[in-house]
Design a protein around this ligand. Structure first.
Ligand code: SF4
Length: 152
């Protein structure tokens, strides 16, 4: 256990976030590096309280930059909680991405980060706005715009 995560003798006050009841938990050291959780109404609260003071984890939601002028960001999230101490490092990796559209909800962006996959949470079509210098869609026929039918 790192010093940062050591349980203070007086205990740590937490609110359980495992369900909407939001029990108030008190986590105290019980010797041998173990923790005792009180205030929980169910075993999930005990598991949450113990993990939160030792190795807290978080589901991460974020956006990644795309190559699209119309949809410049695509929302993503981890499919499971990652260690809280790794959140900044994952954000740095995500902000360095340059995603090509289209993407679909559930598509995997990153296969393994601390045991979690990073997936898109929204389907985004390809850009429908031509870049400067590209011919307008009408000039080539609308049915020639890639992905236009799927977007409608
Ligand atoms: S301890 Fe159990 S009942 Fe209480 S908030 Fe956590 S999950 Fe819900």
């Amino acid at each position: 256990m790192s010093a940062e995560n050591a349980i203070r003798p007086a205990g740590v006050d937490l609110v359980c976030i495992a369900c909407p009841i939001a029990c108030r938990l008190i986590v105290t050291a019980s010797g041998g590096g173990d923790a005792t959780v009180s205030g929980n109404r169910c075993p999930r609260g005990e598991a949450y309280g113990s993990e939160e003071v030792r190795a807290p984890k978080r589901i991460l939601t974020a956006v990644v930059p795309t190559d699209s002028a119309q949809f410049p960001c695509a929302p993503v999230r981890t499919d499971r909680a990652i260690r809280r101490e790794l959140v900044k490092s994952l954000l740095s990796e995500l902000y360095r991405q340059r995603v090509a559209l289209p993407v679909r909800q559930g598509q995997v962006l990153m296969e393994d980060f601390d045991g979690a996959r990073v997936v898109f949470t929204r389907t985004l079509p390809p850009d429908e706005i031509p870049s400067v210098g590209e011919p307008r869609a009408e000039a080539e026929g609308e049915d020639q715009v890639p992905g236009l039918q799927e977007a409608l």
